[in-house]
Ligand binder design. Structure first.
Ligand code: SF4
Length: 469
């Protein structure tokens, strides 16, 4: 099979890593049914090492595969709707949406049909396989569990305008790592696929499809200006579809990721969803099968993967919540919003990535073990372990960032809210240092409501004195 020019893993072509082959399954919108989930467990058992990782785009990665997955297995995946019927688009980034789409009590529109329509559109148009593997599209429903701040090239975010729902267009341009910016353009949801088509076709006109490294949308817009790019997009559309809005952008509070962890009522009366903490997005195959059984027995037969590497069980009747909680506990999992693991993020680390200076996942899990035995965390603190400065696992700023570095022996630089606190800490010292920092915060914060971030900002001029090491 012809392999697209991409370094990103897919299902139809694997990526070698230190610990074996890595396969990635795109799960558009992160929604997967029980049968699909169980089949993935079988593959991880038969071909991998008995676990999967949920990624920060709600993909599934199966790692440590020693022999390529054969064509019969791929056909089985296709029959189950787990693999695209068009291998040419398999490398394109997973379509992101709110994990609570269709059930969020605050959402303006059920955005799931648009995710499905865009997936079907790119599947049916093979030339879109020329898009950069990093060409990323996100649909935000305007709900409580927002994804409008997640890193994406294109974000279509629902908002109310004179009592009508419109989608506002955000595009990625400017400096690398900057969030996508509001273009001030809105359009009707029913035009979403037409607009995306025009955005994609305009992008394709500017890239050299033979070049192995395709320019990102951000780079193209930086080259020609956002005004010119939008002008060219407009030329591909019927007049009147895009409107310049005079309504200023409503201020949205950035999501504290824990919002979706725990038990939450759905917009459907009497039904609840439960956000479950996964340690670093990892699930053993026994847990996959257990969760699939719970979803089948108590829920709607689906599991929703989140861009925060956790998952949701949905449509749980109120009178069955405690039974479901018990079943979750029996699987060695929990739904506590203050569990340190619900805010812990790590990239694949040395075993999975040649660029990594450290074994991020192992170091993060060691920290958790130590923390669990030492203290109860009564508020959530986002800790991010990154094997190098690319920050694949989390592009937004964490409360505490540990950046792997190699000096004589590998260790970490430690940052709080992006401020470098320690130049070098040995791996062995991390499980001692971080609990000490958290203890300083818990002892000296103004009250229980003061978040770690607010605490750091209040002490921003004296951080080195505060966290003496
Ligand atoms: S952050 Fe760096 S080390 Fe970690 S997966 Fe990305 S490239 Fe590899």
């Amino acid at each position: 099979m012809q392999i697209p020019f991409t370094a990103c893993p897919g299902l139809f072509y694997s990526t070698p890593a230190q610990d074996g082959l890595l396969y990635r399954l795109r799960i558009p919108g992160g929604i997967i049914n029980c049968q699909q989930f169980q089949t993935i467990a079988d593959i991880a058992d038969n071909h991998g090492s008995g676990y999967i990782d949920i990624t920060n785009r709600a993909n599934i990665q199966i790692r440590e595969i020693q022999q390529s997955i054969n064509i019969e297995v791929l056909k089985k995946f296709q029959a189950l709707g787990l693999a695209s019927t068009n291998a040419k688009i398999d490398h394109i980034r997973n379509i992101m949406t709110n994990p609570t789409a269709g059930i969020d009590i605050e959402e303006l529109i059920d955005i799931r049909p648009l995710v499905k329509d865009w997936e079907e559109y790119i599947t049916a148009h093979s030339h879109l396989g020329e898009l950069s593997a990093k060409f990323s599209v996100c649909f935000d429903s305007g709900g409580k569990v927002s994804v409008r701040y997640q890193p994406n090239d294109i974000i279509l975010a629902a908002e109310l305008n004179n009592s009508n729902v419109y989608l506002r267009l955000y595009l990625s341009y400017g400096e690398k790592g900057e969030p996508a910016k509001d273009t001030g353009i809105v359009f009707k949801p029913e035009k979403a696929i037409t607009v995306l088509e025009a955005l994609a076709e305009t992008y394709l006109k500017h890239i050299d499809t033979k070049n192995r490294r395709k320019l990102r949308l951000r780079e193209i817009i930086n080259n020609i200006t956002v005004k010119e790019y939008l002008h060219q997009v407009q030329e591909n559309l019927n007049p009147g579809i895009l409107k310049i809005t005079k309504t200023p952008l409503r201020a949205f509070a950035p999501l504290r990721e824990k919002t979706h962890i725990g038990i939450h009522s759905q917009r459907q009366t009497g039904l609840y969803y439960i956000g479950i903490v996964l340690p670093l997005g990892r699930l053993e195959t026994s847990q996959i099968r257990g969760l699939a059984n719970i979803a089948k027995r108590y829920g709607d037969n689906n599991i929703r993967l989140t861009p925060w590497q956790n998952l949701l069980l949905t449509d749980i009747p109120q009178n069955q919540i405690s039974e479901v909680e018990q079943e979750i506990t029996n699987l060695g999992l929990n739904s506590s919003p203050t569990d340190i693991k619900s805010f812990l993020v790590a990239c694949s680390g040395k075993r999975g990535c040649a660029a990594a200076a450290t074994e991020t996942k192992d170091d993060a899990l060691n920290l958790v073990k130590y923390l669990d035995s030492l203290m109860i965390l009564d508020s959530s603190v986002n800790i991010h372990f990154s094997g190098c400065s690319k920050s694949c696992a989390q592009h937004t700023q964490a409360d505490i960032t540990l950046l792997g570095i190699t000096t004589e022996t590998p260790g970490y630089q430690v940052y709080v809210l992006g401020h470098l606190l320690y130049e070098y800490v040995t791996i062995a010292k991390i499980p001692i240092l971080i609990p000490e920092m958290l203890a300083v915060y818990q002892k000296q914060r103004l009250n229980l409501q003061e978040t770690f971030g607010q605490f750091i900002q209040r002490h921003s001029h004296q951080l080195n004195q505060l966290f003496k090491y």
